[in-house]
Design a protein around this ligand. Structure first.
Ligand code: UT7
Length: 324
């Protein structure tokens, strides 16, 4: 049986840290409000010379180093982003050129905050079907470029960054008791909720880039319900229970959503990787950033069962279970 096995993780953050106190000088907010409602204490914001592709390339290089493989051996790059360098070509092709790998496939996936899960599911299908052998799956964003810095309800919530993983197609015995790699991925979308989380611009409508708009309270409500459902689906598909999961690596939108999701899964908070306080919501980058953090600090080790999940604009949402 062919599975997509994780060979390495990497991440990259912009140079500049912006604290809640810094934001309180620009809009009518406070460190107390932001920490209490979201758990966020700071975020990294890209300078003019830092782009989605430069962050993605740095994260990809770190993942390749961790995997101990050369960039030329990558034949598939799937990059999740809602903030591409250009409307086209895909930012993945810029990353491919910057890494120095040629000839394989490279394309972007647009599913906003759940983009990394969609990219992972896509790459996994292509690896298992034999279309590719080694893939880079990247989530990278410069959300600071699409924020309305006058809108306190949204500008305090997001940050910039990138995370990447290397996957390789490997043959494993059908009856392997503890198979490594991606065990199951479930993805969903419900386009009815466009107006709750969207950008008010685009090439074919306004001809502008636009700014992010969100009805936070409604998104919050949907997130808790949708995430609990999709996590249950993945557990049912794999015949596992939440007790079997070593680590939950959730999308980092709000500490209260993380707590509520862990509670619904009956998972102790000690098993949840939380980076929202430091990174804020980095959209498609948030799951691979958190994953890389927990791999590098030694929490996540080979053999661990790790559940990834995310929910975002569209709405789109999904979850994936991986044995490291
Ligand atoms: O990644 C994609 C998915 N996105 C999410 O998952 C985000 C989900 N939503 C959330 O995380 C939360 O809904 C927010 C953090 C966005 C907001 O928290 P909330 O507890 O739902 O607050 P709220 O929107 O109901 O606003 C409460 C009050 C309002 O004032 P009034 O109307 O009660 O007088 C807001 O105007 O807080 C006010 N407020 C602020 N006050 C200080 C909103 N933003 C701020 C702010 N500083 N930055």
């Amino acid at each position: 049986m062919r599975r997509s096995v994780l060979l390495g993780t990497g991440s990259a953050l912009p140079r500049t840290v912006v604290t809640n106190a810094d934001l309180a000088e620009r809009v009518d907010t406070s460190d107390e409000w932001i920490v209490e409602r979201t758990g966020i204490r700071q975020r990294y914001i890209a300078e003019a010379d830092e782009t989605t592709s430069s962050l993605a390339t740095a994260a990809a290089r770190a993942a390749l180093d961790a995997a101990g493989i050369a960039a030329e051996t990558i034949d598939l790059i799937v990059l999740a982003t809602a903030t591409p360098d250009q409307t086209f070509p895909a930012t993945a092709t810029r990353v491919q050129a910057d890494l120095g790998c040629r000839g394989g496939m490279a394309f972007d996936v647009a599913a906003v905050c759940s983009g990394f899960l969609y990219a992972l599911g896509t790459a996994d299908s292509m690896l298992r079907s034999g279309m590719a052998k080694r893939a880079l799956v990247i989530g990278a964003e410069t959300f600071s470029r699409i924020l309305d810095w006058e809108d306190r309800a949204t500008c305090v919530l997001f940050g910039d960054g990138a995370g990447a993983i290397v996957l390789e197609a490997q043959e494993q015995p059908e009856d392997e008791a503890s198979p490594r790699g991606i065990l199951a991925t479930r993805l969903h979308a419900d386009g009815e909720h466009n107006s709750l989380l969207y950008v008010d611009g685009g090439p074919s409508t306004t001809g502008t880039v636009g700014k992010l708009r969100m009805k936070g309270r409604e998104v919050f409500r949907h997130a808790v319900v949708n995430l609990a459902e999709v996590l249950q689906e993945v557990l049912e598909e794999t015949g596992l229970t939440s007790d079997d999961i070593d680590w939950l690596v959730p999308h980092q939108a709000n500490a209260r959503i993380l707590d509520a999701t862990a509670r619904k899964l009956n998972m102790p908070v000690e098993k949840v990787v939380v980076t929202v306080s430091e990174h804020a919501n980095t959209s498609a980058a948030s799951v691979p950033l958190a994953l890389d953090r927990a791999v590098r600090d030694g929490r996540i080790v080979p053999g661990n069962l790790v559940m990834l999940e995310a929910m975002g604009g569209g709405f789109t949402w999904g979850a994936s279970l991986i044995r490291i």
